[in-house]
Design a protein around this ligand. Structure first.
Ligand code: GLU
Length: 318
């Protein structure tokens, strides 16, 4: 059980006595949500409400922000019948908490500065079994003189050094509602980028804990990030949430659904003469529960046990 009575002043500044037991949906406001995003949001809402949890929305606006997209996303979610508890959190307003978490890792010597460019990382010879592009450890154990040289180089490039976690484990295990026990890589992941932006992996952990989120539902392209995030939570003394990664939506060629696939957003569907109920119905059909017109219908009728783990192939009439 997460600790509900954590004192304030903890690494994420979570208020004391914050209620526990919540799900969430955390879109990046880079454009309108497409059918796959809407399906994930509905599933997150149903899984939270169906287990008596609160449901929170968080706008992940640390980068890739499109003007006006966040407000449209909230409107679209509401149109499907999704409701939420409390204020919508904007991740950009959580800077102090993100920095406090980094500072608490720094105090334990779990952070190092990295002066590598992306290109240097890609071109460096990596460890024998490391995936391509994995951080080769270049800046992990530099001498003070080498660090000075690295900082001077950054200053010349008008960049900050990135901050990386000095990982002391190479893997971590999480539990996923459908995938079961999943063990995945933990590496010297970036905590703050060279452009000063706090890394997604850190922000998501700090902000989920702050909101009392103990159930993370999202698309399964993020399953491989869950062990890193759970390990960070562990290091920060935060409860590790349970995970439920749901299949991605793909086009008829099996490629991840995108804007170029046609009329894939709610607004596109409305322009094509459908209404929000039709869109929920389309999503319900994909889940094997025909005739659902609102999020509440799905909550009443969809059994999470029946979720297919295959991607949802979206085949829209042209
Ligand atoms: N903001 C991420 C996205 O829109 C989701 C992050 C998460 O749910 O952890 O893909």
């Amino acid at each position: 059980m997460p600790d509900a009575s954590r004192p304030s002043g903890d690494p994420v500044g979570r208020p004391a006595g914050h209620p526990v037991g919540a799900g969430r949906y955390a879109p990046s406001p880079s454009g309108d949500l497409h059918l796959g995003n809407l399906r994930t949001a509905l599933l997150a809402w149903v899984l939270a409400r169906g287990t008596g949890r609160a449901f929170h929305l968080r706008i992940e606006d640390l980068d890739r922000v499109q003007e006006g997209a966040a407000a449209r996303q909230l409107e679209d979610l509401a149109a499907l019948g999704i409701d939420w508890n409390g204020e919508v959190v904007h991740q950009s307003a959580r800077h102090a908490a993100h920095e406090a978490a980094i500072a608490s890792l720094q105090e334990r010597d779990l952070v190092f500065e990295c002066y590598c460019t992306r290109r240097e990382i890609l071109e460096a010879p990596s460890a024998p079994h490391a995936p391509p592009g994995a951080y080769p450890g270049t800046c992990r154990d530099l001498s003070p003189a080498e660090r000075e040289a690295g900082r001077a180089r950054m200053t010349a490039l008008d960049r900050e050094p990135a901050l990386r976690l000095r990982a002391e484990v190479s893997s971590w295990r999480v539990h996923d509602r459908w995938a079961g026990e999943v063990t995945g890589t933990v590496d010297d992941l970036v905590l703050r980028r060279g452009d000063g932006v706090v890394a997604y992996n850190l922000a998501v952990v700090v902000d989920d804990a702050y909101a009392g989120v103990d159930q993370v539902v999202r698309a399964d392209d993020l399953l491989s990030s869950a062990p890193r995030q759970a390990h960070l939570a562990h290091l920060l003394g935060l409860p590790e949430p349970g995970y439920a990664h749901v299949p991605l939506a793909v086009n008829t060629a099996g490629v991840r659904l995108a804007k170029r696939d046609g009329a894939v957003t709610l607004r596109d569907r409305l322009a094509a003469g459908e209404d929000a109920g039709d869109v929920v119905e389309r999503i319900g059909d994909s889940l094997g529960v025909p005739g659902c017109r609102t999020a509440a219908d799905l909550l009443a009728r969809w059994d999470p046990e029946t979720l297919s783990r295959e991607p949802w192939v979206v085949d829209l009439p042209r």
